[in-house]
Ligand binder design. Structure first.
Ligand code: BTN
Length: 334
């Protein structure tokens, strides 16, 4: 680890406390001058560090810059599983991580961005990813799975993100099949899973799981076209450290599920949290819409629907919209 990262990790561990320059230098096997230079560089990145003669350096409790060290602090025993990089801005963490995957990056590589300029969603849509108010990150996996089973990773990620949101923000989150997460009737999180095949083995080369969570509401709220559907975990600014904790909690849970993917420990919670089951829906296929009832989710995380003509289908991907319930006849009569 470079000195700057190591100094930040040490200060992050003791956030709000002073660490002497000489203790830091000894711990990291570098000179006090190297520590001082690293602190200056960290301040330039926006970290709020107090330097006091004879006391040393203190990363202020209110300092809230997303960093690998801040995320790793919450990963506990799992910290060694991931190789985390945080960047201020990128086009899309999925796109950038796919490039890294193609160049041989190992499983467990995580790319986090504070802002995405070309954030991508499912079905070729864009994902609104402004600076400061959300977390946008992607995890690289190299599973030995068929493409079919890889779909389970998306379901595992959805449950992991729901549980993380509850653990960190205390908000009940539910899932709209396939992988949209809702809090209070608004979409707060989207997941985009992409993969590449290895032509030689015929199996998957890698899978990139990209997760975007709207943490805080932007000043002025969401753009007009998203206002009705999109929401955030917090109405105002998010408490200090929430972004780093959210990312760590998602990663820990997702990895636990991934290790036992074939046992599908996430399936029951996925079904429990799926709010489409029992609802009248429109199934969208190209420019066609078919009316149906969402009946269940099967063991392959497929949505079982019954169309109005009685035909039953198992959908493994696609888009479904909830149809507003009709008012019971006579409801408008006095
Ligand atoms: C959707 O809602 O359709 C899925 C949105 C997925 C957004 C995340 S943010 C991190 C990663 N990078 C992207 O470009 N997309 C995913």
């Amino acid at each position: 680890m470079e000195i700057k990262g190591a100094v930040l990790a040490a200060l992050e561990q003791e956030k709000g406390q002073f660490l002497s320059g000489s203790a830091l230098a000894a711990q990291l096997f570098v000179s006090r001058n190297a520590v001082w230079k690293a602190v200056k560089a960290l301040e330039e990145d926006g970290h709020r560090i107090q330097a006091v003669t004879n006391k040393g350096y203190c990363l202020l409790a209110e300092s809230d810059i997303l960093s690998a060290a801040a995320i790793e602090k919450h990963l506990g025993d799992r910290a060694g599983t991931f190789k985390i990089e945080v960047v201020k801005q990128t086009t899309s963490t999925n796109t950038a991580l796919k490039h890294k995957a193609g160049r041989g990056a190992p499983e467990g590589t995580v790319l986090v961005a504070e802002e995405q300029t070309e954030g991508r969603g499912r079905q070729g849509r864009s994902f609104y990813s402004p600076d400061d108010t959300g977390v946008y990150f992607s995890l690289l996996l190299r599973p030995r799975l068929s493409a079919m089973d890889a779909a389970l990773i998306t379901a595992a990620a959805a449950v992991a993100a729901c549980e993380a949101i509850e653990a960190v923000a205390g908000k009940q989150a539910s899932i709209k099949w396939v992988n949209d997460l809702f809090v209070g009737g608004k979409k707060v999180c989207g997941i985009l899973t992409e993969g590449a095949f290895d032509m030689e083995s015929g199996g998957l080369d890698y899978v990139v799981v990209g997760i975007g969570i709207n943490v805080a509401l932007q000043r002025g709220g969401f753009p007009e076209d998203l206002r009705d559907v999109a929401g955030a975990l917090y109405e105002g600014a998010a408490p200090v450290g929430v972004k780093a904790r959210l990312i760590a909690e998602v990663l820990k849970r997702l990895w636990q599920f991934y290790e036992k993917l074939s046992d599908k420990p996430f399936l029951t919670p996925y079904k429990k949290r799926s709010f489409l089951i029992g609802q009248d829906v429109d199934v969208l296929a190209g420019d066609k819409t078919r009316k149906a009832r969402a009946m269940d989710i099967d063991d392959g995380c497929r949505l079982i629907v019954q169309y109005d003509d009685g035909l039953i289908d198992a959908l493994s991907s696609g888009e479904v919209r909830v149809r507003p319930r009709k008012a019971p006849s006579g409801a408008d009569k006095k």
